[in-house]
Design a protein around this ligand. Sequence first.
Ligand SMILES: Nc1ncnc2c1ncn2[C@@H]1O[C@H](COP(=O)(O)OP(=O)(O)OP(=O)(O)O)[C@@H](O)[C@H]1O
Length: 581
Amino acid sequence: MEEFDEWTSLFSSSMTQVVGLTGIASMLSGSKPSISGTFMLLVVGLLIEAGRRLFPWVYKRFQIQISVTAQFHEGDPAYDWIVLFLTTEKVWRRARDFQVTAKSSRRRWGIGSKIPNQISEDEHAEYVPTFASTLPQLFRWDGYWVESKSNRYGPYQVEHPITGEMSAGASIYLKIFTRDITVLSKFVETARLRYIEINKPHVIVHICDKPEYGSKSTWTDVKSKTRRRLDSIVLEDNVLEMLLSDAREFIAMEQWYKDSGIPHKRGYLLHGPPGTGKTSTIYALASELTMEIYTLSLASTFVDDSFLQRAVSTIPKKSIFIIEDIDCAFPSREEEEEERNKEFNYYGESKAKVTLSGLLNVLDGVGSEEGSLFFATTNYVDKLDAALVRPGRIDVKAEYKLATKAQAVALFIRFYPHKHVKLEDAVTSTESSSFTLPEKAETFDQAIDRLANTFAESVPEHEFTAAELQGYLLHYKLEPKKAVQNVVDWVSRERTLREEKEKREQERKEAKAKSKSKLDHNSYASDETGLGVCLPHSLLGVKLPVGDKPPAEGGEEKNSDAQILGPEPESIQPHLVWTLF
Ligand SMILES: Nc1ncnc2c1ncn2[C@@H]1O[C@H](COP(=O)(O)OP(=O)(O)OP(=O)(O)O)[C@@H](O)[C@H]1O
């Protein structure tokens, strides 16, 4: 029917044009149009116009027959594979319009300015072709012609799943000239493998961003971090080895999980004080297992149950999904109470909207890919709901503790590799009086071992985090001897600072408790006057004599000294408030 309409409109417009042209031609020549001449003109015009219109129609159908097309949208991991592939294939070599940004860990597939068409590692700026101004590019790949078209900030709009808002997002359109549909999957797989290969020296971290880009773009912030080596993490009780072998076994036993009918997913909970190496462990595992990280904070105001579900469902297989500080997802009772009073924060935004059941659904694998590792970290394991950490949701728990002496030794040795530290900065010389002199001349390693042990002896066990020790050593990056000389002073300074902090904290708590009790007291004067205002007694001009018991409900008013009349505080009801002026 559509085609019939197309043809009818084509015929009618052609006729109009032809007749019009014929008329104009005969007027210009001044001759009377003969019937046969007019007819000939009509036929020729009709043929030309029909041909002009028919060609795109035929071409379009021909193209459909001989090409396979695909779209890739920003925010989907496949988009990154394709962008990187096209960059390395030098498809955008004719680009003349760049967006230039200072180099950061935020990943963009730029091309270098010095070496044309090369991905540059050591430059300070990134040159990313602005795709909008790049014309469709035709290139050869594996014996096929491929056309790529990009669209950034263009008319392409995506709809946000929750708000329904339309917003712009980047897309890439590929057309491979072949009738064989498997060529497309071969192309995508090649792009994926290239992506993995190029990213090997890095850990790719996808961060969940505000859903401004629309439904297809949940993980828009992508960072490329340097790989974390396993031996850079110093932990007790073989925690690291246990986690690594567990994850490896889990990945290798996919078939077993399938055959047993058990969902192929594994949850880990790393808990302990801040700065003990929880996050670093996950990064080191991701580096070792060559897996990408997807990290999300449940405290973000834009994350609610359906957003969480949607975000998790777009995490590809064999990735690591992290929820940091999972205890922050749900407010403590105190916070809940405060929240109830406020309902909205100062900016008018409502607080995090993830519910426990929403999170449990996600952990149970509803809508999420199998084969992924889930890591949750927390500083307060006791705050977590039992349902959240039950086996099946959390399979492995690892406790992180404050540094032991053995950890202090290992951290020290790792901090001063021979490559960076001069021998004389480690070996004790005769003029140095603060160290016991070794009997024989020391090698570098022996000197560092001895210094590390002296350092650890001065650091009390289970009092400092590895991050704190690292922070101290950073003051003496290339001077191990100085680090040892000053550690005792540092420890005592830190202790004093802590005591002061604890004192301040205690005072703050007491002041808070005091003001709360004052507030509770004043709240006897809470408004039920119908004005919707809650006034403290001081403003109402009420004196509350110390030790005065409020009389029972319905008690008599006294008109001399103002007094509160009402029931005992325990049974007091907000509406039973009597105030006298
Ligand atoms: N066990 C450790 N071994 C080596 N380095 C460590 C260790 N623990 C902490 N660090 C160092 O301290 C810093 C902070 O560590 P990390 O972020 O992993 O701690 P965390 O336990 O995740 O803290 P938070 O609970 O605050 O997120 C990192 O730079 C890391 O290198």
